[in-house]
Design a protein around this ligand. Structure first.
Ligand SMILES: Cc1cc2nc3c(=O)[nH]c(=O)nc-3n(C[C@H](O)[C@H](O)[C@H](O)COP(=O)(O)O)c2cc1C
Length: 410
């Protein structure tokens, strides 16, 4: 082999020094390529009790593990030799066009995960052209979210309280400031058994005890943010002086029925979505009741553990009611591939809970932007690799669900 000294003009094209990124946060977020990467950063930066509250699910956390496994068991069937130089990820959802086939799910106590909380979620969603859902148990007021994201599409999630008039007062406030969709969550007649929270002795807001102080030492940024911003309070309640258990007891009403839903529907001027649908029969009943969408969800596995996996339920529900109502889905989505698989199997739209919260905990508003960017990139690339240019071209044939567990047919 004949050797020679490298010449300057041969070396020049090989030397590409990246411009240094000075901000540690930007460096951290730029290094995150998946939602799982954001989760790892989030875990390092968030006190254990708040991280576990977000990351955890009910009882043995079987529902959540199965939901993620179901997406992992997807086999994609790509079509080849299609022109996919451009892809369109937008679609009309509940009467208005959204830029991507996913939105942000409602989550409670969001400012406990990271001080920017709901404002980070709402403004990032507005910038990306996707809906943001504010929870009844949110920690930013209905009006403040609307003011922070005036051009955004804001949805309000309702837990029907025992005090019906007070819960409908929230709905009125949401309608007044332009929320266009109401999600009524129906899978919480009582709170699920979140064992991690019990084991961590979780309190809301977090309290300083010898254990939490030790836990705080490697996570100073979280505590500085927490202690130097407005105290954590429930935006929907003027004040709350009782215990967390009393609060949940007030929030969740085990007597809510289909009649209450009809009553809410009469009063709400916008679109109505029922969140937490878990059987074909209930989806049919809701379609007959005239709702605009059913959201297949088991609350991210946080309620009835071993509840059906929404992705498994999806084809049957779409076959039963897909022509009458929009079928939406959440639970277990950790990538754009999961979103695309859901759309191919007939979901009209999806929501992400933890995927957004991991971004929030990893870097506030910038972290939520990063989470959306990661999911957007994965949706676009998967569509291209599958040979489709629009969401409407996605069809069940693009996805095979590899069956691991099959129900015994009686
Ligand atoms: C920390 C946390 C808090 C939540 N709070 C609410 C809530 O207040 N109201 C509600 O309807 N759903 C709530 N959910 C459920 C989400 O709206 C959504 O159904 C779930 O997160 C979807 O699963 P995923 O996290 O795997 O995306 C919460 C979920 C999480 C993770």
């Amino acid at each position: 082999m004949k050797r020679q000294l490298p010449k300057r003009h041969d070396l020049a094209p090989l030397m590409r020094f990246k411009r240094p990124v000075w901000s540690p946060k930007d460096r951290r977020l730029a290094g995150a390529l998946t939602i799982e990467d954001l989760r790892r950063i989030a875990k390092r930066r968030t006190p254990k009790a708040a991280f576990d509250y977000t990351d955890g699910a009910a009882d043995g956390e079987v529902s959540l593990a199965r939901a993620r496994q179901a997406f992992g068991d997807v086999e994609f069937n790509p079509a080849i030799l299609r022109d996919v130089s451009t892809v369109d990820t937008s679609r009309v959802v509940l009467g208005k066009r959204v830029a991507l086939p996913f939105g942000i799910a409602p989550t409670g106590f969001t400012r406990m995960m990271q001080a920017e909380g709901e404002i980070a979620g709402a403004t990032a969603a507005a910038a990306a052209g996707i809906p943001f859902s504010l929870s009844t148990m949110g920690t930013t007021s209905i009006e403040d979210v609307a003011a922070a994201a005036p051009d955004g599409r804001n949805w309000f999630q309702l837990y029907m309280w025992k005090d019906r008039d007070r819960s409908m007062a929230l709905v009125d406030r949401a309608a007044k400031v332009g929320y266009d969709t109401l999600l009524v969550t129906v899978d919480v007649p009582v709170a699920g058994a979140r064992l991690r929270d019990v084991r961590n002795g979780m309190t809301i807001p977090p309290t300083l005890s010898p254990r939490t102080i030790v836990d705080a030492i490697p996570r100073p940024a979280w505590w500085i943010n927490f202690l130097t911003t407005e105290p954590l309070a429930f935006a929907s309640l003027d004040s709350w002086s009782g215990t967390v258990a009393d609060l949940l007891d007030t929030m969740f009403d085990p007597t809510v029925t289909y009649d209450d839903l009809a009553w809410i529907k009469e009063q709400w001027p916008g679109k109505l979505v029922v969140k937490g649908v878990q059987t074909v029969d209930d989806a049919r009943r809701l379609a007959d009741a005239g709702v605009d969408a059913v959201l297949l969800s088991n609350h991210g596995g946080r309620q009835l553990d071993r509840a059906p996996v929404p992705f498994h339920l999806l084809p049957q529900v779409v076959a039963a009611v897909g022509n009458d109502v929009e079928v939406h889905l959440d639970t277990g989505i950790m990538s754009g591939q999961d979103v695309v698989a859901s759309i191919a199997h007939g979901a009209h739209f999806t929501l992400v809970g933890r995927a957004y919260l991991y971004g929030l905990m990893a870097g506030g508003r910038d972290g939520v932007d990063r989470a959306i960017e990661i999911l957007r990139g994965q949706v676009e690339r998967t569509m291209r690799l599958l040979g489709v240019r629009t969401l409407d071209e996605l069809e069940p044939g693009h996805v095979t669900q590899l069956v691991r567990l099959e129900p015994r047919r009686l």
